[in-house]
Design a protein around this ligand. Structure first.
Ligand code: AMP
Length: 139
């Protein structure tokens, strides 16, 4: 399986389609999922091409996890979250739909289930969540 330069996250990285970015550094980019399974659902991706965890370099994986940790800690503050769920799918059989390596970072609260998959979020709410995460990252 090879990397497709026209996958949707590659287009986001090139600025060809919009995204609600919350954090970036030299190697990674973090932005809001448009179909949030929890308030504050963020995706963390490497800036360099990798189809998923199976073909990623150790450096890409390490950079992504460092950003996942940074964003997760900000989420605890931003949403008063009690925990974080991290999801990462590999190939269609593993549940992957977009073939650029990504980590789902989901703030969690006791007793609150994840939203069902595939439901578009309210853009204003997503923007408000992004504002809270960006503020927490700056603190
Ligand atoms: P998966 O490949 O199964 O891990 O899921 C891909 C994720 O990308 C889903 O949670 C989608 O809601 C999300 N997604 C798809 N297109 C966009 C987009 N343009 N901006 C933000 N998130 C997206």
């Amino acid at each position: 399986m090879s990397y497709d330069n026209d996958n949707i996250f590659a287009k986001i990285l090139r600025g060809e389609i919009p995204s609600e970015m919350v954090y970036q550094d030299a190697d990674t980019f973090a932005f809001m999922d448009i179909m949030p399974r929890a308030e504050g659902h963020v995706l963390v991706i490497p800036k360099s091409p990798a189809r998923n965890m199976l073909d990623a370099s150790p450096e890409q994986l390490a950079a992504c996890l460092a950003t996942v940790q940074k964003v997760s800690q900000a989420m605890l503050k931003a949403f008063g979250a009690a925990g974080i769920t991290l999801q990462q799918f590999n190939e269609a059989a593993g549940g992957q739909e977009v073939f650029h390596l990504h980590y789902h970072v989901l703030p969690r609260h006791e007793g609150i289930r994840l939203n069902p998959p595939g439901v578009m979020g309210d853009q204003d709410l997503i923007k408000a969540s992004a504002d809270k995460i960006r503020t927490a990252l700056q603190a």
